[in-house]
Design a protein around this ligand. Structure first.
Ligand code: NAG
Ligand code: NAG
Ligand code: NAG
Ligand code: NAG
Length: 507
Protein backbone atom coordinates (compact mmCIF):
# COMPACT_ATOMS: atom_id res chain seq x y z
CA UNK A 1 0.00 0.00 0.00
CA UNK A 2 2.80 2.38 0.82
CA UNK A 3 3.47 3.21 -2.80
CA UNK A 4 4.77 6.65 -3.60
CA UNK A 5 2.85 7.25 -6.82
CA UNK A 6 -0.32 9.15 -6.02
CA UNK A 7 -1.70 8.25 -9.40
CA UNK A 8 -1.20 4.58 -8.66
CA UNK A 9 -3.01 4.85 -5.36
CA UNK A 10 -5.82 6.76 -7.06
CA UNK A 11 -6.19 4.15 -9.79
CA UNK A 12 -6.10 1.36 -7.28
CA UNK A 13 -8.96 2.93 -5.42
CA UNK A 14 -11.01 3.47 -8.52
CA UNK A 15 -10.52 -0.17 -9.38
CA UNK A 16 -11.53 -1.30 -5.95
CA UNK A 17 -14.21 1.41 -6.03
CA UNK A 18 -14.77 0.75 -2.38
CA UNK A 19 -15.18 3.83 -0.24
CA UNK A 20 -15.24 1.67 2.85
CA UNK A 21 -11.48 1.19 2.61
CA UNK A 22 -10.26 4.78 2.20
CA UNK A 23 -6.49 4.88 2.39
CA UNK A 24 -5.43 7.06 5.26
CA UNK A 25 -8.77 8.50 6.24
CA UNK A 26 -9.73 7.51 9.79
CA UNK A 27 -12.88 5.46 10.40
CA UNK A 28 -14.45 8.56 11.92
CA UNK A 29 -13.22 12.05 11.10
CA UNK A 30 -14.59 15.08 12.92
CA UNK A 31 -17.64 13.14 14.03
CA UNK A 32 -18.29 11.87 10.51
CA UNK A 33 -17.77 8.17 9.74
CA UNK A 34 -16.86 7.27 6.15
CA UNK A 35 -20.18 7.21 4.32
CA UNK A 36 -21.70 9.98 6.43
CA UNK A 37 -23.15 10.50 9.87
CA UNK A 38 -26.46 8.79 9.19
CA UNK A 39 -25.97 5.21 8.05
CA UNK A 40 -28.62 3.76 5.73
CA UNK A 41 -31.58 1.96 7.29
CA UNK A 42 -31.52 -1.82 7.39
CA UNK A 43 -33.64 -3.65 4.85
CA UNK A 44 -35.94 -5.07 7.49
CA UNK A 45 -39.01 -4.34 9.49
CA UNK A 46 -42.23 -2.95 8.12
CA UNK A 47 -42.33 -0.41 5.33
CA UNK A 48 -41.18 -2.11 2.17
CA UNK A 49 -42.36 0.02 -0.67
CA UNK A 50 -41.35 -0.37 -4.29
CA UNK A 51 -37.89 0.54 -5.57
CA UNK A 52 -37.34 4.30 -5.54
CA UNK A 53 -36.89 6.30 -8.72
CA UNK A 54 -33.75 8.38 -9.29
CA UNK A 55 -34.49 11.78 -10.79
CA UNK A 56 -32.67 15.03 -11.53
CA UNK A 57 -33.65 18.61 -10.87
CA UNK A 58 -32.01 20.17 -13.87
CA UNK A 59 -32.33 23.87 -13.20
CA UNK A 60 -30.53 24.18 -9.91
CA UNK A 61 -28.44 27.31 -9.50
CA UNK A 62 -24.70 27.21 -8.75
CA UNK A 63 -24.57 30.51 -6.86
CA UNK A 64 -27.87 31.61 -5.37
CA UNK A 65 -26.39 34.83 -4.05
CA UNK A 66 -24.89 36.28 -7.20
CA UNK A 67 -27.42 37.12 -9.88
CA UNK A 68 -24.64 37.67 -12.40
CA UNK A 69 -23.56 34.05 -12.12
CA UNK A 70 -26.01 32.18 -14.32
CA UNK A 71 -24.49 28.72 -14.14
CA UNK A 72 -26.85 25.85 -13.44
CA UNK A 73 -26.44 22.20 -12.52
CA UNK A 74 -28.48 19.04 -11.93
CA UNK A 75 -29.34 18.01 -8.40
CA UNK A 76 -30.23 14.41 -7.73
CA UNK A 77 -33.30 13.28 -5.84
CA UNK A 78 -35.38 10.18 -5.32
CA UNK A 79 -39.14 9.81 -4.95
CA UNK A 80 -41.59 7.20 -3.80
CA UNK A 81 -45.28 7.84 -4.32
CA UNK A 82 -46.49 4.40 -3.27
CA UNK A 83 -47.99 5.52 0.00
CA UNK A 84 -49.35 8.74 -1.36
CA UNK A 85 -53.04 9.44 -1.52
CA UNK A 86 -54.54 12.57 -3.00
CA UNK A 87 -54.22 15.49 -0.61
CA UNK A 88 -51.58 13.79 1.54
CA UNK A 89 -48.45 15.68 2.65
CA UNK A 90 -45.01 15.74 1.06
CA UNK A 91 -42.27 14.30 3.25
CA UNK A 92 -38.95 15.73 2.14
CA UNK A 93 -35.82 14.21 3.62
CA UNK A 94 -32.68 16.27 3.26
CA UNK A 95 -29.54 14.28 2.76
CA UNK A 96 -26.41 15.65 4.39
CA UNK A 97 -22.65 15.21 4.21
CA UNK A 98 -22.67 12.04 2.10
CA UNK A 99 -24.21 10.42 -0.94
CA UNK A 100 -27.99 10.15 -0.59
CA UNK A 101 -29.05 6.57 0.02
CA UNK A 102 -32.32 5.56 -1.68
CA UNK A 103 -32.80 2.85 0.95
CA UNK A 104 -34.46 5.64 2.92
CA UNK A 105 -37.37 5.54 0.48
CA UNK A 106 -38.08 1.97 1.49
CA UNK A 107 -37.13 1.72 5.14
CA UNK A 108 -36.95 3.79 8.29
CA UNK A 109 -39.33 5.29 10.83
CA UNK A 110 -40.59 7.95 8.45
CA UNK A 111 -42.06 5.17 6.24
CA UNK A 112 -44.27 4.29 9.19
CA UNK A 113 -45.27 7.95 9.53
CA UNK A 114 -45.84 8.14 5.76
CA UNK A 115 -48.21 5.19 5.91
CA UNK A 116 -50.21 6.88 8.65
CA UNK A 117 -50.46 10.14 6.73
CA UNK A 118 -50.40 8.93 3.08
CA UNK A 119 -47.32 10.97 2.30
CA UNK A 120 -45.37 11.44 -0.92
CA UNK A 121 -41.68 10.77 -0.20
CA UNK A 122 -38.75 12.72 -1.61
CA UNK A 123 -35.06 12.42 -0.74
CA UNK A 124 -32.89 15.33 -1.90
CA UNK A 125 -29.13 14.99 -2.17
CA UNK A 126 -26.91 17.78 -0.81
CA UNK A 127 -24.80 19.81 -3.24
CA UNK A 128 -21.23 18.54 -3.62
CA UNK A 129 -22.04 15.11 -2.18
CA UNK A 130 -22.82 11.90 -4.03
CA UNK A 131 -23.83 12.61 -7.62
CA UNK A 132 -25.04 16.16 -6.96
CA UNK A 133 -22.08 17.96 -8.45
CA UNK A 134 -22.49 21.65 -9.22
CA UNK A 135 -18.97 21.87 -10.64
CA UNK A 136 -16.42 19.62 -12.30
CA UNK A 137 -14.26 19.01 -9.26
CA UNK A 138 -13.90 19.59 -5.54
CA UNK A 139 -10.98 21.99 -5.75
CA UNK A 140 -10.81 24.79 -3.23
CA UNK A 141 -12.11 27.14 -5.90
CA UNK A 142 -15.20 24.98 -6.46
CA UNK A 143 -15.79 24.43 -2.77
CA UNK A 144 -16.43 28.16 -2.34
CA UNK A 145 -19.96 27.21 -3.36
CA UNK A 146 -20.28 24.51 -0.71
CA UNK A 147 -22.01 25.85 2.38
CA UNK A 148 -25.24 25.39 4.27
CA UNK A 149 -26.73 28.66 3.00
CA UNK A 150 -26.35 27.64 -0.63
CA UNK A 151 -27.72 24.20 0.28
CA UNK A 152 -30.82 25.72 1.88
CA UNK A 153 -31.33 27.95 -1.15
CA UNK A 154 -31.19 24.76 -3.25
CA UNK A 155 -34.02 23.34 -1.16
CA UNK A 156 -36.04 26.54 -1.57
CA UNK A 157 -35.52 26.49 -5.34
CA UNK A 158 -36.42 22.81 -5.47
CA UNK A 159 -39.63 23.03 -3.49
CA UNK A 160 -40.74 26.63 -3.90
CA UNK A 161 -38.95 28.12 -6.91
CA UNK A 162 -40.12 28.83 -10.41
CA UNK A 163 -39.60 25.24 -11.49
CA UNK A 164 -40.67 23.63 -8.24
CA UNK A 165 -41.06 19.87 -8.35
CA UNK A 166 -44.47 20.40 -6.75
CA UNK A 167 -45.82 21.01 -10.25
CA UNK A 168 -44.11 18.00 -11.73
CA UNK A 169 -45.89 15.69 -9.28
CA UNK A 170 -49.16 17.61 -9.01
CA UNK A 171 -48.46 18.42 -5.37
CA UNK A 172 -49.09 22.14 -5.68
CA UNK A 173 -50.90 22.79 -2.43
CA UNK A 174 -49.80 19.85 -0.34
CA UNK A 175 -48.39 20.35 3.13
CA UNK A 176 -44.66 19.79 3.56
CA UNK A 177 -42.79 18.14 6.42
CA UNK A 178 -38.98 18.25 6.21
CA UNK A 179 -36.79 15.54 7.78
CA UNK A 180 -33.08 15.27 8.39
CA UNK A 181 -30.53 13.61 10.69
CA UNK A 182 -27.27 14.98 12.07
CA UNK A 183 -26.04 17.93 9.98
CA UNK A 184 -29.00 17.38 7.64
CA UNK A 185 -31.23 17.67 10.71
CA UNK A 186 -29.72 21.09 11.34
CA UNK A 187 -30.43 21.97 7.72
CA UNK A 188 -34.06 20.89 8.14
CA UNK A 189 -34.46 23.14 11.19
CA UNK A 190 -32.63 26.03 9.55
CA UNK A 191 -34.86 25.68 6.50
CA UNK A 192 -37.95 26.08 8.66
CA UNK A 193 -36.34 29.02 10.43
CA UNK A 194 -35.19 30.81 7.26
CA UNK A 195 -37.89 29.80 4.77
CA UNK A 196 -40.98 29.25 6.99
CA UNK A 197 -43.33 29.96 4.09
CA UNK A 198 -42.38 26.64 2.47
CA UNK A 199 -42.54 24.30 5.46
CA UNK A 200 -45.33 23.09 7.74
CA UNK A 201 -43.16 21.16 10.16
CA UNK A 202 -39.71 19.75 10.75
CA UNK A 203 -38.26 16.58 12.27
CA UNK A 204 -34.61 17.38 13.04
CA UNK A 205 -32.97 14.26 14.47
CA UNK A 206 -29.71 14.56 16.44
CA UNK A 207 -29.17 17.98 14.90
CA UNK A 208 -26.27 20.10 16.17
CA UNK A 209 -27.60 23.66 16.04
CA UNK A 210 -24.71 25.44 17.71
CA UNK A 211 -21.45 25.89 15.82
CA UNK A 212 -18.26 25.90 17.88
CA UNK A 213 -14.66 25.31 17.00
CA UNK A 214 -13.66 23.53 20.19
CA UNK A 215 -16.17 20.69 20.50
CA UNK A 216 -14.81 19.49 23.83
CA UNK A 217 -18.23 18.21 24.92
CA UNK A 218 -17.92 15.42 22.35
CA UNK A 219 -15.36 13.32 24.23
CA UNK A 220 -16.98 14.29 27.53
CA UNK A 221 -20.19 12.55 26.45
CA UNK A 222 -18.19 9.56 25.16
CA UNK A 223 -16.52 9.42 28.57
CA UNK A 224 -19.87 9.64 30.41
CA UNK A 225 -21.21 6.71 28.41
CA UNK A 226 -18.01 4.75 29.07
CA UNK A 227 -18.47 5.44 32.76
CA UNK A 228 -22.02 4.08 32.61
CA UNK A 229 -20.79 1.00 30.75
CA UNK A 230 -18.19 0.22 33.38
CA UNK A 231 -17.07 2.38 36.30
CA UNK A 232 -13.41 1.56 35.67
CA UNK A 233 -13.47 2.03 31.88
CA UNK A 234 -12.20 5.60 31.84
CA UNK A 235 -9.47 4.85 34.34
CA UNK A 236 -8.26 1.83 32.38
CA UNK A 237 -8.22 3.77 29.13
CA UNK A 238 -6.31 6.53 30.82
CA UNK A 239 -3.75 4.06 32.17
CA UNK A 240 -3.27 2.65 28.68
CA UNK A 241 -2.74 6.17 27.34
CA UNK A 242 -0.19 6.96 30.04
CA UNK A 243 1.73 3.80 29.19
CA UNK A 244 1.73 4.64 25.48
CA UNK A 245 3.03 8.08 26.33
CA UNK A 246 5.85 6.57 28.38
CA UNK A 247 6.70 4.09 25.64
CA UNK A 248 6.63 6.73 22.92
CA UNK A 249 10.19 7.86 23.59
CA UNK A 250 11.69 4.36 23.86
CA UNK A 251 12.86 2.78 20.58
CA UNK A 252 12.28 -0.84 21.63
CA UNK A 253 8.80 0.01 22.92
CA UNK A 254 7.97 1.82 19.69
CA UNK A 255 8.72 -1.39 17.82
CA UNK A 256 6.55 -3.31 20.26
CA UNK A 257 3.68 -0.86 19.72
CA UNK A 258 4.06 -1.28 15.96
CA UNK A 259 3.22 -4.95 16.44
CA UNK A 260 0.67 -4.60 19.23
CA UNK A 261 -1.45 -1.97 17.52
CA UNK A 262 -1.08 -3.42 14.01
CA UNK A 263 0.21 -0.09 12.72
CA UNK A 264 0.48 0.38 8.96
CA UNK A 265 3.69 2.37 9.38
CA UNK A 266 6.44 2.77 11.90
CA UNK A 267 6.18 5.68 14.30
CA UNK A 268 8.31 8.68 13.42
CA UNK A 269 9.10 9.82 16.94
CA UNK A 270 10.69 13.05 15.72
CA UNK A 271 7.40 14.25 14.33
CA UNK A 272 5.36 16.18 16.89
CA UNK A 273 2.23 16.19 14.77
CA UNK A 274 2.38 12.43 14.48
CA UNK A 275 1.84 12.18 18.22
CA UNK A 276 -1.48 13.97 17.82
CA UNK A 277 -2.46 11.80 14.88
CA UNK A 278 -1.64 8.66 16.84
CA UNK A 279 -3.54 9.64 19.96
CA UNK A 280 -6.48 10.73 17.82
CA UNK A 281 -6.59 7.25 16.29
CA UNK A 282 -6.80 5.93 19.82
CA UNK A 283 -9.85 8.06 20.61
CA UNK A 284 -11.55 7.26 17.26
CA UNK A 285 -11.96 3.63 18.31
CA UNK A 286 -14.21 4.72 21.15
CA UNK A 287 -15.83 7.64 19.30
CA UNK A 288 -17.27 5.58 16.48
CA UNK A 289 -18.68 2.92 18.77
CA UNK A 290 -20.12 5.53 21.16
CA UNK A 291 -21.80 7.59 18.45
CA UNK A 292 -23.64 4.54 17.10
CA UNK A 293 -23.85 2.48 20.27
CA UNK A 294 -26.54 -0.16 19.81
CA UNK A 295 -28.35 1.76 17.08
CA UNK A 296 -30.14 -0.66 14.79
CA UNK A 297 -28.14 0.42 11.82
CA UNK A 298 -25.31 -1.01 9.79
CA UNK A 299 -22.51 1.43 9.32
CA UNK A 300 -21.00 1.22 5.90
CA UNK A 301 -18.69 -1.76 5.84
CA UNK A 302 -19.78 -3.13 9.18
CA UNK A 303 -21.02 -6.67 9.16
CA UNK A 304 -24.31 -7.33 10.87
CA UNK A 305 -22.91 -10.08 13.06
CA UNK A 306 -20.56 -7.51 14.57
CA UNK A 307 -23.42 -5.53 16.10
CA UNK A 308 -22.35 -7.02 19.44
CA UNK A 309 -19.52 -4.51 19.46
CA UNK A 310 -20.96 -1.91 21.79
CA UNK A 311 -19.27 0.47 24.17
CA UNK A 312 -20.08 -2.02 26.95
CA UNK A 313 -18.20 -4.64 24.96
CA UNK A 314 -15.12 -2.40 24.62
CA UNK A 315 -15.30 -1.41 28.28
CA UNK A 316 -15.56 -5.06 29.33
CA UNK A 317 -12.32 -5.68 27.45
CA UNK A 318 -10.70 -2.68 29.14
CA UNK A 319 -11.70 -4.05 32.56
CA UNK A 320 -10.62 -7.64 31.89
CA UNK A 321 -7.48 -8.14 33.98
CA UNK A 322 -6.88 -11.57 32.46
CA UNK A 323 -5.81 -9.77 29.31
CA UNK A 324 -2.78 -8.22 30.98
CA UNK A 325 -2.12 -4.55 31.74
CA UNK A 326 -4.42 -1.84 30.28
CA UNK A 327 -2.18 -1.23 27.28
CA UNK A 328 -2.61 -4.87 26.21
CA UNK A 329 -6.36 -4.61 26.70
CA UNK A 330 -6.42 -1.48 24.62
CA UNK A 331 -4.49 -3.32 21.89
CA UNK A 332 -7.30 -5.85 21.84
CA UNK A 333 -9.93 -3.09 21.58
CA UNK A 334 -7.97 -1.73 18.64
CA UNK A 335 -7.89 -5.17 17.00
CA UNK A 336 -11.65 -5.56 17.47
CA UNK A 337 -12.39 -2.20 15.83
CA UNK A 338 -9.92 -2.81 12.97
CA UNK A 339 -11.66 -6.09 12.28
CA UNK A 340 -15.08 -4.47 12.49
CA UNK A 341 -14.15 -2.12 9.66
CA UNK A 342 -12.20 -4.74 7.71
CA UNK A 343 -8.95 -2.82 8.08
CA UNK A 344 -5.69 -4.74 7.85
CA UNK A 345 -3.70 -2.22 9.83
CA UNK A 346 -4.12 1.05 11.71
CA UNK A 347 -3.51 4.13 9.57
CA UNK A 348 -2.37 7.06 11.62
CA UNK A 349 0.20 8.89 9.50
CA UNK A 350 -0.55 12.60 9.45
CA UNK A 351 1.27 13.25 6.17
CA UNK A 352 -0.63 10.54 4.35
CA UNK A 353 -3.92 11.79 5.70
CA UNK A 354 -3.18 15.28 4.42
CA UNK A 355 -1.99 14.04 1.02
CA UNK A 356 -5.26 12.18 0.55
CA UNK A 357 -7.41 15.06 1.74
CA UNK A 358 -5.77 17.38 -0.79
CA UNK A 359 -7.13 15.44 -3.75
CA UNK A 360 -9.67 17.37 -5.77
CA UNK A 361 -11.19 15.08 -8.41
CA UNK A 362 -14.63 13.51 -8.23
CA UNK A 363 -12.94 10.17 -8.87
CA UNK A 364 -10.70 10.47 -5.81
CA UNK A 365 -11.81 8.39 -2.83
CA UNK A 366 -12.00 11.46 -0.57
CA UNK A 367 -14.82 12.74 -2.82
CA UNK A 368 -17.13 10.31 -0.98
CA UNK A 369 -17.54 13.33 1.27
CA UNK A 370 -14.71 13.46 3.78
CA UNK A 371 -12.92 16.31 1.97
CA UNK A 372 -16.15 18.25 1.53
CA UNK A 373 -17.05 17.76 5.19
CA UNK A 374 -13.56 18.88 6.15
CA UNK A 375 -14.12 22.05 4.15
CA UNK A 376 -17.48 22.72 5.80
CA UNK A 377 -16.08 22.10 9.25
CA UNK A 378 -13.02 24.29 8.53
CA UNK A 379 -15.17 27.19 7.32
CA UNK A 380 -18.68 27.05 8.81
CA UNK A 381 -19.01 24.87 11.88
CA UNK A 382 -15.76 23.83 13.54
CA UNK A 383 -17.01 20.91 15.65
CA UNK A 384 -13.49 19.68 16.26
CA UNK A 385 -13.65 16.91 18.86
CA UNK A 386 -10.82 17.80 21.24
CA UNK A 387 -9.41 16.68 24.57
CA UNK A 388 -9.65 20.24 25.88
CA UNK A 389 -12.10 19.33 28.64
CA UNK A 390 -9.22 18.02 30.72
CA UNK A 391 -10.85 16.36 33.69
CA UNK A 392 -13.82 15.03 31.73
CA UNK A 393 -12.32 12.53 29.30
CA UNK A 394 -9.69 9.79 29.57
CA UNK A 395 -7.86 10.35 26.31
CA UNK A 396 -5.01 12.38 27.74
CA UNK A 397 -4.48 15.69 29.49
CA UNK A 398 -0.71 15.72 29.51
CA UNK A 399 -0.35 16.57 25.84
CA UNK A 400 -2.32 18.94 23.70
CA UNK A 401 -4.58 17.25 21.24
CA UNK A 402 -6.45 20.51 21.45
CA UNK A 403 -8.79 21.85 18.86
CA UNK A 404 -5.83 23.56 17.21
CA UNK A 405 -4.67 20.17 15.95
CA UNK A 406 -7.75 20.31 13.72
CA UNK A 407 -6.84 23.88 12.76
CA UNK A 408 -3.48 22.57 11.57
CA UNK A 409 -5.27 20.02 9.37
CA UNK A 410 -7.36 22.80 7.79
CA UNK A 411 -4.27 24.88 7.10
CA UNK A 412 -2.36 21.94 5.62
CA UNK A 413 -5.16 20.93 3.30
CA UNK A 414 -6.60 24.28 2.23
CA UNK A 415 -3.84 26.76 2.94
CA UNK A 416 -2.70 28.94 5.77
CA UNK A 417 -5.75 31.25 5.66
CA UNK A 418 -7.83 28.32 6.82
CA UNK A 419 -5.95 27.79 10.08
CA UNK A 420 -8.67 28.15 12.74
CA UNK A 421 -10.85 30.02 10.21
CA UNK A 422 -13.73 28.11 11.78
CA UNK A 423 -13.41 30.33 14.82
CA UNK A 424 -14.85 33.21 12.80
CA UNK A 425 -16.89 30.86 10.63
CA UNK A 426 -18.70 29.34 13.62
CA UNK A 427 -19.47 32.77 15.07
CA UNK A 428 -20.96 33.85 11.75
CA UNK A 429 -22.97 30.63 11.53
CA UNK A 430 -24.47 31.22 14.98
CA UNK A 431 -25.19 34.87 14.21
CA UNK A 432 -26.93 33.82 11.02
CA UNK A 433 -29.01 30.89 12.31
CA UNK A 434 -29.29 31.80 15.99
CA UNK A 435 -27.55 28.79 17.57
CA UNK A 436 -29.39 27.80 20.76
CA UNK A 437 -31.54 30.90 20.28
CA UNK A 438 -32.76 29.99 16.81
CA UNK A 439 -36.32 31.10 16.23
CA UNK A 440 -38.70 28.61 14.72
CA UNK A 441 -42.00 26.90 15.43
CA UNK A 442 -43.31 23.48 14.50
CA UNK A 443 -40.12 21.57 14.93
CA UNK A 444 -39.27 18.44 16.89
CA UNK A 445 -35.66 17.76 17.88
CA UNK A 446 -35.18 14.14 18.95
CA UNK A 447 -31.67 13.38 20.21
CA UNK A 448 -30.04 10.59 22.20
CA UNK A 449 -28.48 11.13 25.62
CA UNK A 450 -25.59 8.84 24.60
CA UNK A 451 -24.90 10.63 21.33
CA UNK A 452 -21.89 12.97 21.63
CA UNK A 453 -23.72 15.40 19.33
CA UNK A 454 -26.60 15.85 21.76
CA UNK A 455 -24.51 18.44 23.61
CA UNK A 456 -25.22 20.80 20.70
CA UNK A 457 -28.91 19.93 20.29
CA UNK A 458 -31.65 22.54 20.39
CA UNK A 459 -32.85 22.69 23.98
CA UNK A 460 -35.09 25.76 24.20
CA UNK A 461 -38.39 24.56 25.63
CA UNK A 462 -39.96 28.00 25.80
CA UNK A 463 -40.97 28.28 22.14
CA UNK A 464 -44.51 27.10 21.42
CA UNK A 465 -44.76 24.01 19.23
CA UNK A 466 -41.02 23.45 19.25
CA UNK A 467 -40.23 20.22 21.04
CA UNK A 468 -36.78 19.01 22.08
CA UNK A 469 -36.87 15.30 23.03
CA UNK A 470 -33.84 13.83 24.76
CA UNK A 471 -34.19 10.07 24.38
CA UNK A 472 -32.50 8.43 27.36
CA UNK A 473 -29.88 5.84 26.43
CA UNK A 474 -30.05 6.45 22.69
CA UNK A 475 -27.38 7.16 20.13
CA UNK A 476 -27.09 9.21 16.96
CA UNK A 477 -30.32 9.42 14.93
CA UNK A 478 -31.75 6.25 16.52
CA UNK A 479 -35.30 7.55 16.09
CA UNK A 480 -34.91 7.60 12.29
CA UNK A 481 -34.65 3.85 11.94
CA UNK A 482 -37.49 1.34 11.65
CA UNK A 483 -38.86 0.28 14.99
CA UNK A 484 -37.71 -3.04 16.40
CA UNK A 485 -38.94 -5.14 19.32
CA UNK A 486 -35.78 -4.13 21.24
CA UNK A 487 -36.56 -0.41 21.21
CA UNK A 488 -36.73 1.24 24.63
CA UNK A 489 -40.05 2.67 25.83
CA UNK A 490 -38.48 6.15 25.54
CA UNK A 491 -37.64 5.58 21.89
CA UNK A 492 -41.13 4.22 21.19
CA UNK A 493 -42.65 7.25 22.91
CA UNK A 494 -40.46 9.61 20.92
CA UNK A 495 -41.62 8.12 17.63
CA UNK A 496 -45.25 8.33 18.76
CA UNK A 497 -44.79 11.99 19.71
CA UNK A 498 -43.17 12.73 16.35
CA UNK A 499 -45.98 11.03 14.46
CA UNK A 500 -48.69 12.87 16.33
CA UNK A 501 -46.92 16.23 15.91
CA UNK A 502 -46.75 15.59 12.17
CA UNK A 503 -50.47 14.85 12.23
CA UNK A 504 -51.13 18.14 13.95
CA UNK A 505 -48.92 20.16 11.61
CA UNK A 506 -50.50 18.86 8.41
CA UNK A 507 -54.10 19.07 9.58
C1 NAG B 1 -39.64 -5.62 -0.77
O1 NAG B 1 -38.85 -4.87 -1.67
C2 NAG B 1 -38.05 -5.66 -2.50
C3 NAG B 1 -37.16 -4.71 -3.30
O2 NAG B 1 -37.85 -3.59 -3.68
C4 NAG B 1 -38.96 -6.53 -3.38
O3 NAG B 1 -38.16 -7.32 -4.23
C5 NAG B 1 -39.83 -7.39 -2.52
O4 NAG B 1 -40.73 -8.11 -3.31
C6 NAG B 1 -40.59 -6.55 -1.51
N1 NAG B 1 -41.29 -7.42 -0.58
C7 NAG B 1 -42.54 -7.18 -0.18
C8 NAG B 1 -43.10 -8.15 0.80
O5 NAG B 1 -43.20 -6.23 -0.57
C1 NAG C 1 -54.00 16.97 -9.11
O1 NAG C 1 -54.41 17.26 -7.79
C2 NAG C 1 -55.70 17.79 -7.70
C3 NAG C 1 -55.98 18.12 -6.24
O2 NAG C 1 -54.84 18.49 -5.58
C4 NAG C 1 -56.72 16.79 -8.21
O3 NAG C 1 -58.01 17.36 -8.20
C5 NAG C 1 -56.35 16.36 -9.62
O4 NAG C 1 -57.21 15.31 -10.03
C6 NAG C 1 -54.91 15.91 -9.69
N1 NAG C 1 -54.56 15.62 -11.07
C7 NAG C 1 -53.94 14.52 -11.42
C8 NAG C 1 -53.62 14.39 -12.90
O5 NAG C 1 -53.67 13.65 -10.64
C1 NAG D 1 -2.09 24.30 20.36
O1 NAG D 1 -2.18 25.23 21.40
C2 NAG D 1 -1.42 24.90 22.53
C3 NAG D 1 -1.77 25.84 23.64
O2 NAG D 1 -2.11 27.10 23.16
C4 NAG D 1 0.05 24.94 22.16
O3 NAG D 1 0.82 24.59 23.27
C5 NAG D 1 0.28 23.95 21.05
O4 NAG D 1 1.60 24.04 20.60
C6 NAG D 1 -0.66 24.20 19.89
N1 NAG D 1 -0.55 23.10 18.99
C7 NAG D 1 -0.48 23.27 17.70
C8 NAG D 1 -0.42 22.03 16.91
O5 NAG D 1 -0.49 24.38 17.17
C1 NAG E 1 -28.81 24.60 26.12
O1 NAG E 1 -27.56 23.94 26.08
C2 NAG E 1 -26.46 24.82 26.17
C3 NAG E 1 -25.20 24.01 25.99
O2 NAG E 1 -25.19 22.90 26.80
C4 NAG E 1 -26.50 25.57 27.50
O3 NAG E 1 -25.44 26.49 27.55
C5 NAG E 1 -27.82 26.31 27.61
O4 NAG E 1 -27.92 26.89 28.87
C6 NAG E 1 -28.99 25.37 27.41
N1 NAG E 1 -30.22 26.14 27.36
C7 NAG E 1 -31.33 25.75 27.99
C8 NAG E 1 -32.53 26.63 27.80
O5 NAG E 1 -31.39 24.76 28.69
Amino acid sequence: MATTGHLQIGLLFILLSSWGTLGWIPIIFRGRPTGGMVGPPQPSGPGNASVPVELWFDLQIVDHFNAADQRIWSQRYFVNGDMYELGGPIFLMLSGEAEADPAWLQYGAWIEYAKTHNAFLILLEHRFYGKSRPLGDISLESLQFLNSRQALADVAEFIGGEFSIRDKFNLTDNKLIVFGGGYAGSLAAWFRSKYPQFVDGVVASSAPVFAEIDFKEYLAVVSDVMELSSPTCNQNVNEAIVTIWQWWGQPDKREKMFQMFQLCDHIDHDSTIETYAFFNAFAYNFEIIAQYNKVNRILQGVKEQDSKVTLEFLCDIMSDESRGPPIERYAFVNAVVLNLFSKKCLDFKFDKLITDLKRTEWTDPVAEGVRQWLYQSCTEFGWYPSTDWYDHQPFGDFFTMGFNYSCVQCAQVFGYNYFCAAETGAQETNLYYGGFYMQLTRAVFPSGSNDPWHALAFNNTKIPDTVPILIEGNSHCADMYSSTPDDSPQLKNARETINSLIGRWIS
